[in-house]
Design a protein. Structure first.
Length: 463
């Protein structure tokens, strides 16, 4: 029996069954292939990140690892916060109408150059005026890292344009290239040259510039080839519409970014660079486990934006498969995290306990992230960003209460509770707005489960 037939028999009535059957069949193989290739790219990127961390930890110790992590988080915050949601707005508006490509790309280029430069300056001012946040991180290192901000912002905007026009392979290739240069730089700077952290950060900044140049060139070439895409011109009306959408998704993006990483800064502030370095490893494990749902959410977003499926049929189908697979991944991670001290050294022994505390929250927030793409792709109601803001407020309060007492384990517990809150809010809101039951969104149906376990068909993830 085909997957479409089994889904139809599992539905409660004929009409929902017909709609779900249609959603399951629309570009299913294309979506599955994109998920597979994007996941492979993200796994490679994660491996590069782990390799970089191991090299830095072995050659510079926990303190060097903590300093690099703080600088990386600072730059990531600046880029994500400073994008003002324009990257996601590019994907949303271009996916809806390809004729917006040229004007949207022009707006992004101007915004990236001007806004990125301002962000770099603001980061330096912040680092000098609130020096206690960075502790003993030398100002020169902050300055070198800040130079990469405008280039990373342009890269982010360009990659989202490729995602919007369906050039997923190019999106993956360029994203992987940027991450692959990091372990190469670590080996060159620390092992071959025998230099220190400043040399490594300088090479990373140079790599950001090089990748940005390639991305901008490829976007420009694509715009030239698409004659119907409006050409190179600034469109202020389009920019205003995009920013109205961007403000909403920006609040959600910033809140989620802070939710995932602010605990590291709190640990650094209260417990020092060494403990922050250990917690950075545990956090890295959590982020690695979110790779698959992150990939699925990334690819689901432009599809929902293009289809405007108000019934959320496709979102439900994808989310319940994601929930099942994430459950297996998190269970498999339990014994795996005990190998962390062997990889990073005895200084990182407590990373195992910290990672175990994070696991339940990782599962819940991963599933919520996929389900919430239904709202991101259909206009994004204000309630969604508010959910993430509420979780961030709770997480920050818990961190300041628990980290001084429990250290990094307190940060892990704070994050786990906050992730669970996000999942509960998104799930209940989804049920209220779409009329779908939580079971329809999260629990695999019998035929789908049998198909997955038999490996004869993989539902939405079939090849």
């Amino acid at each position: 029996m085909s997957n479409e037939t089994t889904v139809a028999h599992a539905a409660a009535t004929d009409e929902p069954a017909r709609l779900e059957k249609q959603a399951a069949g629309v570009s299913r193989h294309s979506f599955s292939a994109q998920v597979a290739w994007t996941l492979a790219a993200r796994v490679l990127m994660a491996a590069n990140s782990v390799l970089t961390g191991i090299v830095v930890a072995r050659w510079l110790g926990a303190e060097g690892m903590g300093t690099l992590a703080v600088l990386s988080v600072t730059v990531a915050y600046a880029v994500q916060i400073g994008s003002l949601g324009l990257a996601s707005a590019n994907t949303y508006f271009i996916a809806q109408d390809g004729r917006r490509l040229g004007p949207a790309a022009t707006n992004a280029l101007v915004f990236g150059l001007c806004g990125g430069t301002a962000l770099a300056v603001l980061t330096l001012v912040f680092a000098s005026s609130v020096s206690q946040v960075f502790g003993d991180v030398p100002p020169r290192l902050v300055a070198v890292a800040a130079l990469s901000i405008p280039f990373q912002l342009l890269t982010l905007l360009g990659l989202n344009i490729f995602l919007a026009v369906g050039r997923v392979a190019r999106f993956n290739l360029l994203d992987t290239l940027a991450q692959t240069l990091l372990p190469v730089n670590a080996v060159v700077a620390l092992i071959i040259l025998g230099a220190g952290l400043r040399a490594l950060i300088t090479l990373n900044t140079a790599a950001s510039v090089a990748v940005c140049v390639v991305v901008v060139w490829l976007v420009a070439r694509h715009v030239r080839r698409e004659g119907e895409a409006g050409g190179w011109r600034v469109d202020t009306a389009l920019f205003a519409s995009m920013m109205r959408y961007g403000v909403k998704i920006h609040a959600q993006t910033v809140a989620s970014l802070l939710l995932f990483r602010v605990d590291l800064l709190v640990v650094k502030y209260f417990r020092g660079a060494a403990e922050a370095g250990v917690y950075a490893v545990a956090s890295q494990v959590a982020l690695m486990l979110m790779l698959l749902p992150g990939v699925i959410a990334t690819l689901l977003f432009p599809r929902i934006a293009a289809a405007q499926d108000e019934r959320a049929t496709f979102a439900c189908l994808v989310t319940r498969h994601t929930a099942f697979i994430m459950l297996l991944i998190c269970l498999a991670a339990v014994p795996a995290v005990f190998a962390l001290p062997l990889l990073y050294g005895r200084q990182f022994a407590d990373a195992t306990a910290q990672a175990l505390i994070l696991l339940p929250g990782v599962f819940l927030v991963s599933v919520a992230g996929v389900l919430s793409q239904h709202f991101s792709g259909t206009g994004l109601p204000v309630a969604l960003p508010l959910f993430w803001v509420a979780a961030l407020v709770l997480n920050t309060a818990l961190n300041f209460a628990l980290v001084p007492v429990l250290g990094a384990r307190g940060a892990a517990l704070s994050s786990c509770v906050s992730y669970a809150l996000v999942c509960a809010l998104v799930a209940l809101y989804f049920r209220a707005r779409t009329g779908n039951s939580l079971r329809a969104a999260f629990v695999l149906r019998g035929p789908e489960l049998r198909a997955l376990l038999s490996v004869k068909r993989l539902g939405i993830f079939s090849r």
